[in-house]
Design a protein around this ligand. Sequence first.
Ligand SMILES: [Ca+2]
Length: 218
Amino acid sequence: MEDTVTGDVIRVNAFVLTPFDHEDDRIGPYRIGAYESKPLRDDPVYRRPEGFIRVTRENRTARLSPHFRLQQFLSKQVNRQRTFPQYTLVRVPLLLKLEMIVDQVQDAGYDLETLHVMSGFRTPYYNRLIGNTTSYSRHLYGGAADVFVDVDGNGVMDDLTGDGRVTKADARRLANMVESMRDETWYEPLVGGLGIYGPAPHRGPFVHVDTRGRPARW
Ligand SMILES: [Ca+2]
């Protein structure tokens, strides 16, 4: 659509959810798994999803927000290059938070196109498969992302501290940028969890962010 004042063209991508009744544990061949029927602490953000965004080979690169595309949030349970359709979920507050983090990182002097989303949405099926025992992870609700800064595109966190090493200190540096927003009034709807992770044999350091509505730190 075109803004009649500025003449700018604004592209709006709308996604209709494919309904899911939770009676089966899959949509077609795609495994979803089982959600808890009762929300945690009766908090509506833990209500089981009514449906999912259908991701196809054609729409996977569609933008959800200026710096994030649909395919970045896919559950890592299948070979993402080959098997479609897949189903995902991304909540608007999470996208806004990720956009604000991109802003912070850019302000710190990094020429950033996006954040690397190591894990965005997870189906309950996949969450269990990778050994998680929590049934209320915000990843299951499209409200969490494990992210790192990867300007050089080598698949791991960049050396944000400039000490020549990629360590937990780099994740902490990114987390500090997230934390720097917490006193802003606009940040209130984006409040949530912040987890700092050091490197492991199979991956580098990263930061978990979510928008659960109350602060949590680890
Ligand atoms: Ca470093």
